[in-house]
Every structure is written in C-alpha cells, then in structure tokens.
Design a binder for this molecule. Structure first.
Ligand SMILES: *Cc1c(COP(=O)(O)O)cnc(C)c1O
Length: 478
C-alpha cells in the first residue's frame, strides 16, 4: 500500500494552491457580496463520513479552497460592519502564514526563542503605541475574552493574597465573593471571564445613572465605602459596542487609588482611540490601570486569533499562571521568558509574528492614519444619517461606531422596533453589506463599526443605499 504521507518532497505543493487562490480572493474582496446565502448549500459537500483512504493533500486542499472561497463570509472585506470584526492587513496575513509555516511551540523559550523574543518585542511596541508604561507586563492571548481571564486572574491572585490565601494553589473555598463593580457599559465577555474563573458572572454589580449605562460615580463610591476596606475590583470600559460610549477611566483610577481597588480596563477596540490626538482623551487614565485588555483581531487588523493583556505588576502573572510543579516544564523567571507561565494557555501558536509584521510594515504613523481614516468614515456616515429624513442618529459619533435606526415618516413609534428587526434580517439576506442590530435605550438599532483597513466612504454610502432599497418594501408589508 502507498504511504499517503510520501509527499515530503512536494510539501509546498498544497501551499501553492493556496497562494494561487489568494490573489484573486483578496483582490476580489472589495467587489463581492459580504455573504452569498446560495453558497451555503455547498457546505454539505464538506460534510460526510471520515474517509478510510484519503484523497491526498492536493485534492483535499483544492476542495477546501474551492468551497471555502465561495461559502465563507467575506468578513475581511471592506463592508462587514456587523459586530466589531477587523480585516487582515497584507503584512499581517503574510505574518500569519509565516507562523503556520514555522509551526513554533510558542509558549516556552527552549522550544522557540524566536516566538518568545518576538512576543517580548511586540508587547513593548504595543505598549508604546497605546501609551501604556513600558514597565507593565503582558502576554498575547487568543482574544479579548482570554485577556480578561488573564487580567482578572491576576486581580484575584492579588485579592486572594489580601485575604491571606494563595488562590492559584488553594482555590476560592472559604473566601467571600470577590466584589466586582462596573458601569452599565460592561461587555458580556467580562462576565464570561468571571464565570470561567469561578466567580460567577452575576456577581458583577453595575452602577448606571441612565439608560445608556453610563457610570454613576457617586453610587459606585458609596458601594466602595460600604466595603470597609475589603479589596474589590473595578472594571472600566473604553468603547461600548452600541453607542461608542466610554467610562471616565481617570475618575475610576482615582476611586481605585482611594479605596485600594484593582482597576481592570476593557479597551478591546477602544484602545486604538489612543492613536489619534482627536480621540486620545477617551483612553486617558488607562495608563493607571492594574490590568488592560485589548484586541488584535479587531482594529489592529491582524487575523484571528489575537488579543493582548497588559498587567501593571508583572510579578502577578507567574503567581496566577506559573508553577507547573512537574520537572520537564520550565518555570517562570529569567530573561528566557516562558509565556505559557504568564497567561492561561499552555501550548500556543507564535501569534506575535503577524503583529510584528504589520507593526513593522506600517508603523505608528500608518496605524494613526488608518484610525483617523476610520474616524472620518464614521463621521461621514453620521452626517449622511443626520441629513436623511428616513434615518435617525441616536448617539453622537465619538469614535468608529455609528448608532442609528430607520424611521421613515408615517410609521408609528410602536412599530419601529419590529421594522428595524426585519430590516436587519433583510440586510443580511441581501448580503451586499453587513451590519447588525442591537437594542439601545429600548430601541432596535443598527450599530455599524468601522474597523477594516480597506473601508472607504463609498462602502458606508452603499450601506445606506441598500437600507433605502429594502426599507420601503418592509414598510408596505403588514
Ligand atoms: C469584542 C469585544 C470583546 C470580546 O472580544 P473577543 O476578542 O471576541 O473575546 C470585549 N469587549 C469589547 C468592548 C469588545 O468589543
């Protein structure tokens, strides 16, 4: 029987198939639909039983590419405004391919000094880019959610030590619930991190002064005073996914200092406001936080998966995540950094390489220009909406999120939520432009987020054009 792996001499041949598909795919992104629902029928062709005898690498990869390039959601193109989904710069994507090519075990120095050193370098570059003190520790994570797990695990290590308990070793038994306070802007991923860590997602208390969720500082301070000196965690939020609001991080840092609290900041995409003097006031105070979360796969335009966690006191990271206690795994410490002792993962890919490639390619100026282009595109969309009698802008455009709803004359208020829900569904079914709906102050709204390096004003103009095509047909329906 032939050895199905006997193609070592032609190991690059399947890669050549990918490269050949890459040019037309990437160059075609600006012109194609974001998603073509008729291509969903192709998915069945990827299903089926596990083969006994394989097809060989070329046939297998050819099939995957043929169906994948048609059935994928082309969310790395310029008109995917749903959720907050970034694209991938050419340098970042090539860096990501390099990560796969080199296939490094990226957690331990001994397995890959390359991965470890580049991770140290990009963490320093990112701190520099964001205005975070270089003395902070950090680690790359698969996502902002896992960056929350990292930051909040360090927070609870600190909190356990304040109660005289080594939580990494002993767990939470016998301890009171860890108080965690935030505004109504808190993202569900923070609750998920608390849930994963065993604190329970519903132990987080929010203090909001209005139906947007903006923080009630007086109520938060009263709750902190009521703790009688017991340690607590405050979560600040920069860049809300609905109206683009942010918490006043400087005020939260002052409260954290006064009451001896840990301050964790979720700046998943909002951290990039620091790159432009037009928006950097939104991140003021973040440089005083104890832990900071940001994402690479959103506004940095690095492929999935890419997140960052920064920790003021780097010594907490190995206390929260190190100490394997087995002889064959290296311990924390020294210059030869083992990033798997500083974060939640063990084996991990060298996810620093695409970050290095894109920061090296475009630099501080390139990223500032991209962020400012997005601020301009979002502002342009906001102006078009304000001038449009059928649309209602619901929040000032502060950053890259534009919150609005369809509100044509003659449709009563109590029908608008239903109308906007159906318009949102029709928009996705149409597929030329993607934008999602959510609920903001009780209203069903659109909240496109501009984060893709390819996006131009014409792309957001097409969003409004498609809404104007689809909307009237839905108004006429009962
Ligand atoms: C997207 C987002 C998250 C979660 O990020 P993941 O990378 O999907 O885990 C957290 N907070 C905010 C504000 C976000 O926009």
């Amino acid at each position: 029987m032939d050895d199905p792996f006997a193609e070592a001499g032609a190991a690059a041949a399947p890669l050549e198939l990918v490269l050949r598909a890459a040019g037309p795919y990437l160059d075609g992104l600006p012109d194609r639909r974001v998603h073509d629902r008729s291509a969903d029928a192709l998915l069945a062709e990827l299903d089926g039983p596990l083969p006994d005898r394989g097809d060989g690498a070329l046939a297998s990869v050819e099939r995957l590419l043929e169906i994948g390039t048609r059935a994928a959601t082309h969310s790395s193109g310029p008109r995917f405004f749903h959720l907050v989904v970034g694209g991938s710069t050419p340098a970042a994507m090539a860096g990501d391919w390099t990560t796969s090519l080199l296939d490094q075990a990226g957690g331990m120095w001994v397995a890959s000094p390359l991965a470890a050193q580049v991770e140290t370098t990009v963490l320093r570059w990112l701190k520099d880019l964001f205005g975070i003190p270089l003395s902070y520790g950090g680690v790359l994570t698969p996502s902002a959610t896992l960056a929350h797990v990292t930051g909040l695990a360090c927070a609870r290590t600190w909190w356990g030590e304040r109660h005289g308990v080594d939580v990494a070793s002993q767990g939470l038994a016998g301890l009171p619930p860890m108080p965690v306070f935030s505004s109504g802007l808190v993202h569900p991923s923070t609750r998920k991190a608390l849930q994963i860590l065993g604190h329970g997602r519903d132990t987080l208390r929010t203090f909001a002064r209005d139906d947007i969720g903006r923080i009630d500082l007086a109520a938060l301070e009263a709750a902190l005073a009521g703790l009688d000196g017991a340690p607590a965690v405050i979560v600040g939020n920069v860049g809300d996914v609905h109206g683009g609001d942010s918490d006043p991080i400087t005020d939260l840092a002052d409260l954290a200092a006064r009451y001896g609290c840990w301050l964790h900041v979720d700046a998943a995409f909002g951290m990039f406001a620091a790159l432009s003097p037009r928006t950097s006031h939104m991140t003021a105070g973040v440089e005083r936080a104890d832990s900071i979360t940001a994402d690479g796969h959103k506004w940095l335009n690095v492929p999935y998966e890419s997140g960052f966690s920064f920790i003021r006191d780097p010594a907490l990271q190995p206390r929260a995540f190190g100490d394997w206690g087995v002889p064959y795994l290296p311990e924390a410490g020294g210059d030869q950094v083992n990033y798997n002792t500083l974060g939640p993962e063990s084996s991990r890919r060298a996810r620093a390489l695409p970050i290095w490639a894109t920061l090296r390619a475009y630099g501080r100026d390139g990223y500032r220009e991209m962020v400012e282009r997005h601020l301009d595109v979002a502002a342009h969309l906001g102006v078009l909406i304000e001038q449009d009698p059928d649309l209602e802008l619901l929040a000032p455009v502060r950053l890259n999120i534009v919150c609005f709803r369809y509100r044509p004359a003659g449709v009563p208020e109590d029908r608008l939520n239903d109308l906007n829900t159906r318009l949102g569904e029709a928009l996705l079914a149409d597929g030329r432009v993607y934008a999602g709906t959510s609920t903001y102050r009780g209203m069903k709204v659109f909240r496109p987020a501009i984060v893709n390096w390819r996006t131009t004003p014409a792309d957001v103009e097409l969003l409004l054009q498609v809404l104007h095509e689809l909307g009237p047909t839905l108004v006429r329906e009962p």
